[in-house]
Design a protein around this ligand. Structure first.
Ligand code: ATP
Length: 267
């Protein structure tokens, strides 16, 4: 997935300012940034829920503006605020998700059993979604995003509300998928999880790239020592990005002491 020089403004708010990301097959890619940095906006553009003002996004070779439908079979999406049909049972919803994605019945059955087991939802398969706990709903949403076996799974804060065992299983699932050549793009504020889980990470701030790379690369760019945690690296990079240049008033347009990193294509 290539996300190149993407700009997006809401009424008077410039949410993305030339953001660039690249997610490769076989990797778990983390998107991190302070509140309002533009993470959700970027993900919504990739999945077609928002239109960008400028830039281009390509998924599996499809330009998403030119061919807005074809690429969707390659992606699965779990939004930050999930909204599921409450009067379907878990099983009905997952079958429905598979059917609207054109998955064969046999395959849906197989996946359904797998995901109910992985997410410990077997005994809730006939429960109405209305009656599920928050974490169970989140697990159901993740299973639904996986039912058509997408090449690129996109998740916005997926771990919130999920118990430790569930989180562990989901991480295992991500690792398995990328080993098979698929990709996972995850936006999160859980920096310790991102540090352990992600192969590469992009730090974004005010709609721009501050830095992209693996942990070693981010440590180098932030000039933190060898053993620095992602939290330390993140705080340094975002603090630097907030500083104005000497002799200038703070400005959202400039706003970085790492200008050579801005506008660069994901590494
Ligand atoms: P968070 O970590 O808080 O979830 P985020 O990085 O996901 O933040 P976005 O939700 O993409 O950030 O928001 C980026 C900017 O766009 C923010 O300034 C936000 O206020 C603004 N914004 C987002 N959605 C809308 C909207 N529907 N209308 C107007 N402004 C919006």
């Amino acid at each position: 997935m290539e996300f190149f020089d993407v700009w997006k403004a809401y009424d008077g708010i410039q949410a993305l300012q030339g953001l660039c990301l690249e997610v490769r097959r076989g990797e778990i890619f983390g998107l991190i940034g302070p509140n309002g940095a533009g993470k959700t906006t970027a993900l919504k553009i990739i999945v077609g829920l928002l239109k960008m003002d400028k830039g281009f996004v390509r998924v599996n070779g499809y330009d998403i503006t030119e061919e807005p439908y074809e690429y969707k079979r390659f992606i699965g999406y779990v939004p930050e605020a999930i909204s599921l049909p409450e009067y379907l049972t878990v099983e009905e919803f997952l079958i429905y998700s598979g059917m609207i994605r054109g998955v064969e019945k046999e395959r849906i059955r197989g996946c359904l059993e797998d995901y109910l087991r992985i997410f410990s939802l077997e005994d809730r398969r006939r429960s109405l979604i209305l009656t599920l706990s928050r974490g169970m709903r989140q697990k159901t949403a993740i299973a639904s995003a996986l039912i058509h076996d997408p090449d690129l799974l996109i998740l916005d804060e997926p771990f919130i509300g999920i118990d430790p065992e569930g989180q562990h299983r989901i991480k295992e699932l991500f690792v398995e998928r990328v080993k098979e050549g698929r990709a996972v793009l995850v936006s999160t504020h859980m920096l310790d999880t991102a540090e352990r889980l992600c192969d590469r990470i992009s730090v974004i701030h005010r709609g721009k790239n501050v830095a992209s790379g693996d942990m070693e690369g981010l440590r180098r760019l932030s000039e933190r020592g060898e053993g620095a945690t992602l939290e330390e690296v993140f705080l340094k990079l975002t603090e630097e990005a907030s500083k104005p240049y000497e002799g200038e008033e703070p400005s959202i347009k400039r706003g970085s002491r790492f200008p050579w990193l801005f506008g660069r294509r994901g590494t």
